[in-house]
Ligand binder design. Sequence first.
Ligand code: PMP
Length: 420
Amino acid sequence: MAATSLNAPNAPLLQKTHQTHVFLKPISTIPCQTSAKRFSISCSATTQDRLSVQSQSQDRVFNFAAGPATLPENVLLKAQSELYNWHGSGMSVMEMSHRGKDFRSIIEKAEADLRSLLTIPENYAVLFLQGGATTQFAAVPLNLCAPGDSVDYLVTGSWGDKAFKEAKKYCNPKVIWSGKSENYVRVPSFDGLELNPNAKYLHICANETIYGVEFKDYPVPRNPNGVLVADMSSNFCSKPVDVTKFGLIYAGAQKNVGPSGVCIVIVRKDLLGNAQEITPVMLDYKIHADNNSLYNTPPCYGIYMCGLVFEDLLKQGGLEEVEKKNQKKAGILYNAIDESKGFYRCPVEKSVRSLMNVPFTLKKSELEAEFLKEAEKEKMVQLKGHRSVGGMRASIYNAMPLAGVEKLVAFMKDFQAKHA
Ligand code: PMP
């Protein structure tokens, strides 16, 4: 059992077992007490606080929420150790100037690590923005086309539909295919798509978070000058992606790579600089690109957290390794559903089932409330499906440990045995 010393000066030493983290330093050395003398700040850490921190791992639940979602435990612990005094700077990341050298080093490293994870070429800008993915539903058309321009939307779920509806305010979008009448269970064959030869871009949602439909390969716009645009909010960094197939990728951070409040945009540089006149300054990609995402105060702490996640993903061996883990987790869960003889059912076509969001229903829908209650008793939470579709949904992003999925599968089998 090796003791792990965390970076920050005065950080409590943690000893990590597979389940628990135990403080080795006495509580009297934690930062709030050492600085109490100089600044007369009193620290109210009680024995109870200490106990709750000591048993944090045991206390944490398996959180199957669709987002904000579970974050890697080691990332949370690292952030905790650096919270009070980041790398000896005497302040937390939340208190730093976004233009100072410390924060600059944080955002630059986050960008460099993301570039290396996704092999993002130099001719693409990486932007850390605010406003969530929903803001991009407007920013994309505002930046990529003029008011009358035609654009195509391939709609495989309700996020793609929302993006289309927002684009209607700024250009001339057309839904070239929608899975709505079938309740969004598939991705169409690309051969038969009626792509507009003049469309400035073709928009897809790479992973529909609510319905669990994920593109496994990508359509190519018919217009040779058009580009593919993807909302990757719920499968960002879950697997390798060939960025060069896209003109623009955007992703809200709060599913796979950090807390809410950060939205990442990866955009080919030659597409910048043509924003519509009415584009608010905050939605103009060129302004953010020219200012390295520091045009105004960015979501500093969220960017720092994303940086810790990127570092962790690289340490795991990069996205090839991450994808293998995700395939394994999703595989055992879908198998359990498919082998349940109809007790559980996933409506999504097998070839496009999401590795991230697994929706399923119970044949006896009257048992749903009990399923959720019993799961919660076992510390598995947020398994209720989206209010628009009902049933269950297990979101199993990168940070969901295999143990969490194994526990869920064991629970499902047990529940079935009791209720079949
Ligand atoms: N796109 C997808 C695929 C999503 O899952 C979500 C959020 N669940 C959004 C867009 C909207 O993101 P935000 O709440 O960050 O605006």
